[in-house]
Design a protein around this ligand. Structure first.
Ligand SMILES: [Cu+2]
Length: 151
């Protein structure tokens, strides 16, 4: 192989690699996540357990919700309500897929953030920090308003 031929070969293979890396693959677009309308139900009568709700809007590529946390709660779990025959049960989800260009609703009767060990003196209008940890977008914080419905 002459020197000239070898150089041509190297340039050609480098070009192919660059094309592959820049190829359009919507699954690998950056996620573009916003959290909206967060609220937390006031704990019923002296209990220290409650649930928080919000909307996850993703205008970008797919991501995965890995966990949630709050400085006012000992533990925050991702839960979903399921029908087990006639009985509504809730179960914990350890990760939640957030598809590209999607909206995921956490709302009463469906997905919710179960808040354990919250203060029993919360009042309507109190602001509660919620942190959602996404695999690709990282930690995103939103302020949830305490009350009996969306603020
Ligand atoms: Cu729950």
């Amino acid at each position: 192989m002459s020197i000239l031929t070898r150089r041509t070969f190297l340039i050609a293979s480098g070009g192919a690699l660059t094309l592959a890396a820049c190829g359009k693959n919507p699954g690998h677009a950056e996620p573009d996540i916003t959290l909206q309308g967060a609220w937390m139900r006031l704990p019923p009568g002296g209990r220290d357990i409650s649930a928080a709700y919000l909307v996850i809007k993703n205008d970008g590529g797919a991501d995965t919700l890995l966990s949630a946390a709050s400085p006012i709660a000992g533990d925050v779990q991702m839960h979903i309500h399921d029908m087990d025959g006639e009985v509504m049960r809730m179960r914990q989800e350890h990760s939640v897929t957030i598809p590209a260009k999607s909206t995921i609703n956490y709302q009463p009767g469906g997905r919710h953030f179960m808040m354990f060990g919250v203060p029993d003196d919360l009042k309507a209008g109190d602001e509660i920090e919620l942190i959602l940890n996404f695999e690709r977008a990282g930690a995103i914080t939103i302020t949830a308003i305490a009350g009996n419905g969306p603020a």
